[in-house]
Design a binder for this molecule. Structure first.
Ligand code: FES
Length: 173
């Protein structure tokens, strides 16, 4: 049995070498570009962050609107977004922080916004109404309760986080 000796010609060696070096150089140039292109997409979002909103001593039994600003990162674009909540203490001295976004079509609701219903939240877009605890008043356009903000109190300051579903079943304070 004869063994065939494999020989690499000078031309083949040159081809292999140039292909290898060229590939390495191309990868070196492309890697930073690809990373730059997709990096913002891979960044974790700050969705679960809690934001300082108000000193707890300012919270009363009357719903008050408090605003705060967050930095929103949308891929490559960073902007400041103002958020709002209606905050009060209920009859058990528990803090309630309601989203102002109407569950009908998303307008902003106001406490005491309708003089005929001074103890309710009112949505001016289609006369939607909610009880103080956020439950939607039957036979008005909204078909769900105002969402609640997750919250925590630290060193006398109220921090608000994500919005969660409000599962309240009966209208009340
Ligand atoms: S958007 Fe609020 S009632 Fe329609």
């Amino acid at each position: 049995m004869s063994e065939k000796k494999q020989q690499v010609s000078r031309r083949q060696f040159l081809n292999y070498s140039l292909t290898g070096v060229g590939g390495f150089m191309a990868a070196s140039m492309l890697a930073p570009m690809v990373r730059f292109a997709i990096d913002p997409v891979l960044q974790a979002t700050g969705g679960g962050d809690m934001h300082a909103v108000v000193d707890v001593s300012e919270i009363t039994t009357e719903p008050q609107r408090f605003d705060w600003t967050i930095e929103q990162v949308d891929a490559w674009y960073t902007s400041n977004v103002t958020k709002s909540a209606w905050v009060y203490k209920d009859e058990n001295d528990e803090i309630v922080a309601l989203s102002p976004t109407c569950k009908h079509l998303g307008c902003a609701v106001n406490w005491s916004g309708n003089p005929d219903y001074p103890d309710q939240f009112f949505c001016p877009c289609h006369d939607g109404r909610y009880y103080k605890n956020g439950l939607n008043v039957p036979n008005t356009p909204p078909n769900a309760a105002l969402d609640l903000f997750e919250f925590e109190v630290k060193d006398g300051t109220l921090y608000l986080g994500n919005v969660v579903e409000n599962t309240v079943q009966e209208g009340g304070a």
